[in-house]
Ligand binder design. Structure first.
Ligand SMILES: O=C(O)CCC(=O)C(=O)O
Ligand SMILES: [Fe+2]
Length: 304
């Protein structure tokens, strides 16, 4: 006698078991074998328009080009005005998000602002094809910093912070200045371009100048840690201007402090949780410093 087909109720029961097994067990297991770089084509702003944030985009990634990255060229590191040390606080494990108090000293911050003056040009965005100025998405000025002693010292600090990780390249540093109404809409710093030669593994967002109101750095997909301890660094409901309306967490601009986060998972795909924005400055001026680290996977030797 042919076996009778399973009853509908049995099928539904199987499905109810299968869905959580797939989501929590099978999918995480097979995901590393099928890296999802589709995120590279989903650079979407909240209004649904394609939007990327590159400051400088080589048509092919040349991580040896010293107009784009800061090669380790053996120049001895001399750190004028360096602070005693910094303090690190863990905000999230995956993605790794760390808050660094006193990452640059006040003297270093002032020096970096000084050398950025007279170098500012309007910040651009890049949509994968053309670079353009679009103040509705990014309204700020940026300055490429010369690699003087302080900048080299900071490159060295950023490398050390990341354990002198091999295959990591520090991008030339840009200062970014926001005056009143300056902002940067939500975006990722990564692009899903690892297979094409490299991607931004990590970001240090350093506050060099914070004589401003507003201008917090918002991560709508990160959750605020419990307790009040983080309210020193994060907008909390009682903070004026926080308004209780903001999604996720918002870091207050505090001179000398930095947020560090990893953009890429171990398999090279980007973390959606790193979606972030610079909220509008409502008064005064904010100056930030981006330190981006690129990762370029080692090339496999053929025939071994
Ligand atoms: O200025 C900020 O708070 C964030 C800046 C930023 O996200 C960027 O320049 O990529
Ligand atoms: Fe960013």
């Amino acid at each position: 006698m042919a076996p009778s087909p399973p009853k509908l109720s049995t099928l539904i029961t199987w499905l109810l078991y299968f869905v959580p097994v797939y989501i929590f067990i099978l999918d995480p297991l097979i995901r590393p074998f099928f890296p999802d770089n589709s995120s590279s084509s989903s650079w979407e702003d909240e209004d649904g328009s394609a939007f990327e944030e590159w400051d400088h985009t080589p048509s092919t990634l040349h991580l040896t080009d010293d107009s784009f990255i800061s090669p380790e060229d053996g120049v001895p590191v001399n750190c004028p005005g360096e602070a005693e040390g910094y303090r690190v606080h863990l905000l999230s494990r995956a993605p790794l998000v760390l808050y660094i108090e006193n990452f640059v000293s006040s003297a270093e911050a002032d020096h970096l602002v000084d050398i950025s003056l007279n170098k500012y040009t309007p910040s651009i965005i890049y949509d994968g094809v053309t670079e353009r100025i679009d103040p509705s998405k990014r309204l700020s000025d940026r300055a490429l910093l010369d690699r003087d002693d302080t900048v080299r010292c900071l490159e060295d600090r950023a490398r050390a912070f990341q354990g002198w990780r091999p295959h990591l390249y520090i991008e030339r540093m840009w200062a970014q200045r926001y005056n009143a109404s300056g902002h940067y809409r939500h975006h990722y710093d990564w692009t899903g371009s690892l297979a094409r030669g490299g991607d931004r593994l990590s970001t240090f967002m350093v506050y060099l100048g914070a004589d401003c109101e507003g201008g917090g750095t918002n991560f709508p997909r990160l959750r605020r840690p419990v307790g009040k301890a983080w309210c020193r660094f994060l907008e909390c409901d009682e903070d004026e201007g926080a308004g209780g309306m903001q999604e996720g967490i918002t870091f207050k601009p505090i001179k000398g402090n930095a947020i560090f986060w990893e953009n890429l998972r171990a398999d090279g795909t980007g973390y959606p949780e790193t979606w972030h924005a610079a909220y509008p400055v409502t008064k005064g001026t904010k100056v930030g410093l981006n330190i981006w680290s690129w990762y370029q996977p080692p090339k496999r030797r053929v025939g071994r």
